[in-house]
Design a protein around this ligand. Structure first.
Ligand SMILES: NC(=O)c1ccc[n+]([C@@H]2O[C@H](COP(=O)([O-])OP(=O)(O)OC[C@H]3O[C@@H](n4cnc5c(N)ncnc54)[C@H](OP(=O)(O)O)[C@@H]3O)[C@@H](O)[C@H]2O)c1
Length: 246
């Protein structure tokens, strides 16, 4: 019988994060969820014996406590994001995703696990591949995205988090491996067919769409499926719904 996987989830009360939580539990994965308020978790999951809820502010946890929650995990999934309000977008912490990503990866490294832990980050197509591997954008579009990062703090934050993974963790770390998933405009809806791409496939002026259920499905596949992990580790896959644009 296969060993039960353990995943640490942050952002599990969010729109995508709650879908990740439900899908992980549906697959029989053991989940540790660090949330600010357990009341916001989706109904029906709190009684699941495979779920452990830690009610805490991720950025204020001591290093020791964070490492305690990370110990024994096979994967970490981050669906953190800035809440869609003026305060959430322009207030502190403007570098929420970067700080959380850095803390979690440094925590994994400090534990020196025998087998590398997978770190799976939810980003966005506003994130450019830090290695300059995205060729899709023309000069004008690049200028618009550059402006966006200066005006909208979450766009800059998501870019810095992905750059941290690419530049500081890299692809040869013995303890932490990573994938930064890049969805396009998020949609409601059930799991459906989706496609995965090494680089950008559409322009910010004619965006594609990605069901949050599909983002969750792909993140779960990465967490539990060795083949999916080997195919995408150290990369920034773009995920979009299959079929015609809505
Ligand atoms: N919106 C889009 O169209 C779109 C498209 C592509 C990618 N993305 C990116 O995808 C990610 C997730 O998006 P989403 O819409 O699923 O997220 P969301 O519904 O806004 O959820 C955000 C999550 O982050 C948590 N959070 C916010 N501020 C926090 C803080 N200071 N400390 C700890 N936790 C905090 C929230 O916890 P609480 O419940 O406690 O507030 C919640 O669990 C984001 O990084 C976003 O930029 C978004």
């Amino acid at each position: 019988m296969a060993t039960q996987q353990t995943v640490l989830l942050v952002g599990g009360t969010g729109r995508t994060g709650r879908r990740v939580l439900e899908q992980l539990l549906g697959r029989g994965v053991s989940v540790r969820a660090i949330v600010r308020s357990a009341e916001k978790l989706p109904a029906g999951v709190v009684e699941d014996p495979n779920l452990t809820v830690v009610e805490a502010d991720l950025l204020s946890l001591s290093d020791e406590d964070l490492q305690r929650h990370l110990r024994g995990c096979d994967a970490v999934i981050s669906c953190l994001g800035h809440v869609a309000s003026f305060k959430g977008i322009f207030g502190p912490p403007r570098d929420l995703v970067t700080r959380a990503t850095t803390r979690l990866c440094r925590g994994i490294q400090a534990l020196q696990p025998a087998k590398p832990v997978k770190f799976i980050l939810m980003g966005s197509v506003s994130v450019n591949h830090p290695g300059g591997l995205d060729t899709r954008r023309g000069l004008f579009e690049k200028a618009v995205v550059w402006m966006l990062r200066r005006v909208v703090p979450p766009a800059k934050d998501n870019q810095q988090a992905a750059s941290f993974l690419h530049d500081s963790v890299g692809t040869a770390d013995p303890f932490a491996q990573w994938v930064a998933v890049r969805p396009d405009s998020l949609l409601e809806g059930d799991v459906s067919e989706y496609t995965l791409h090494e680089g950008l496939v559409s322009s910010v002026f004619a965006p594609d769409s990605t069901a949050m259920a599909n983002v969750a499905h792909f993140m779960c596949e990465l967490a539990v499926d060795a083949e999916a992990w080997d195919a995408w580790k150290g990369k920034l896959p773009v995920i979009v719904n299959a079929g015609p644009r809505l």
